[in-house]
Design a protein around this ligand. Structure first.
Ligand code: NAI
Ligand code: MG
Length: 359
């Protein structure tokens, strides 16, 4: 029996609803599988926790999390707590301290979903975006000066290190070698306008590229690349980008394959020295929180990525199959996908499909 311990961080808003359905799916898979067991420990760290305790998690929060095999997160952030406070108080410390320097976001059109891009099929829309997750534009270097005067100013520095850039590039090239259909890496850049960090990034793309003679690569300016996601997504295989560029590109990536309600992501520590963290791309969606209509599919897709990372390939694939069953039937879907079902009904229906497939 393979056993894994999972820390649940539902967080705020719809995070709570979608993590509940994800857990349900994981429990169903375990029941049906026989050789797989998961234990769950839930933590209430969130903006509500912040309101009571003045911090997003306890001081020893990371110490508590570090011994789990994986972390499954919903979303954090809620009106009343500034977004930079909630992000820097929970999500970013986890990503950094646990060296989850890879943020992996598949852009894959599942069966049953119609892309808003006319004429593009599942064949065309199937690639992986590797976002650098620890440094780059999301750094806390900088500061504010002259606040409250007419000289008011702010400086935010980007940080690109050789270690940080080389490891994310190697991960992308390795991924193209292992999983790529086209054996190609596209690196996002902006070395025309950003004249220190981006030429540095490009230089390392060339250097690491030489270590992979079997993988082709090119660098594309981020603005053009955004357009190519729409005009010729079929040319993408593995896309690698800095923290900010990867963040923006992947919301666009999500939009061309069905929207935020379905887009998953994995924050990976490839060395497995620390737990990796799996979370939907979407946020806490205060506009629909408490209504029971959040789409749980992004979160459920995350459970598949988590099992895959833990080496449970078969169980991971079964979850995607069950999702595609539900998407193709189009009977039980949440309003963002044109349906009338609740979050819970979609979760239950996925479990039913899993039982039909694995039971
Ligand atoms: P959001 O992703 O929460 O919502 C954007 C839009 O998409 C909203 O109209 C929402 O209703 C819809 N949406 C999102 N997920 C959905 C789902 N599963 N089903 C149906 N509709 C869905 O982004 P927004 O509004 O920019 O941010 C809201 C809060 O979430 C903020 O506090 C933000 O900081 C936080 N946030 C947290 C993230 C995280 O924890 N990783 C990521 C993004 C935002
Ligand atoms: Mg984002």
């Amino acid at each position: 029996m393979d056993h894994y311990s999972i820390a649940l961080l539902p967080g705020d808003g719809i995070g709570v609803d979608v993590v509940r359905e994800g857990r349900k799916v994981l429990e169903t898979v375990c029941k049906l599988h026989g050789g797989l067991s998961l234990s769950f420990t839930e933590f209430d760290w969130s903006c509500e926790y912040f309101a009571k305790n003045g911090k997003m998690m306890p001081d020893n929060g990371l110490e508590i999390l570090k011994d789990f095999d994986s972390i499954f997160l919903g979303a954090v952030g809620y009106p009343g707590v500034p977004d930079h406070v909630s992000l820097w108080g929970l999500l970013l410390p986890i990503r950094r301290q646990f060296e989850q320097y890879i943020n992996l976001r598949p852009v894959k059109l599942l069966k049953g979903i119609q892309s808003p891009l006319a004429g593009k099929t599942a064949e065309d829309l199937n690639f992986l975006v590797v976002r650098e997750n620890n440094e780059g534009e999301y750094s806390n270097m900088g500061g504010r000066m002259y606040e409250g005067t007419d000289l008011d100013m702010a400086i935010q520095n980007s940080v690109f290190t050789r270690k940080g850039v080389e490891r994310v590039l190697r991960y992308a090239f390795d991924l193209a070698r292992k999983q790529g259909k086209r054996k190609h890496v596209t690196a996002a850049t902006k070395s025309n306008g950003i004249n220190h960090t981006m030429p540095f990034w490009d230089e390392y793309v060339e250097k690491i590229g030489k270590e992979y003679p079997d993988i082709t690569h090119n660098t594309v300016h981020i603005d053009a690349l955004a357009a190519f996601f729409v005009s010729k997504p079929e040319t993408m295989d593995v896309v690698v980008a800095s923290n900010l560029f990867g963040d923006i590109l992947t919301d666009l990536g999500a939009a061309i394959v069905g929207g935020l309600g379905i887009a998953p992501s994995a924050n990976i520590n490839p060395e497995k020295k620390y737990p990796s963290m799996f979370e939907p791309v979407h946020g806490s969606a205060p506009d629909i929180a408490g209504k029971g209509i959040a789409n749980p599919l992004a979160s459920i897709w995350c459970t598949s990525m988590m099992l895959d990372h833990l080496g449970q390939r078969e169980a991971a694939a079964a979850i995607i199959d069950a999702m595609e069953d539900v998407l193709q039937e189009k009977e039980v879907l949440t309003p963002d996908m044109g349906g009338k079902a609740t979050t819970e009904q979609v979760g239950d229906y996925i479990c039913k499909k899993l039982r039909a497939r694995l039971g």
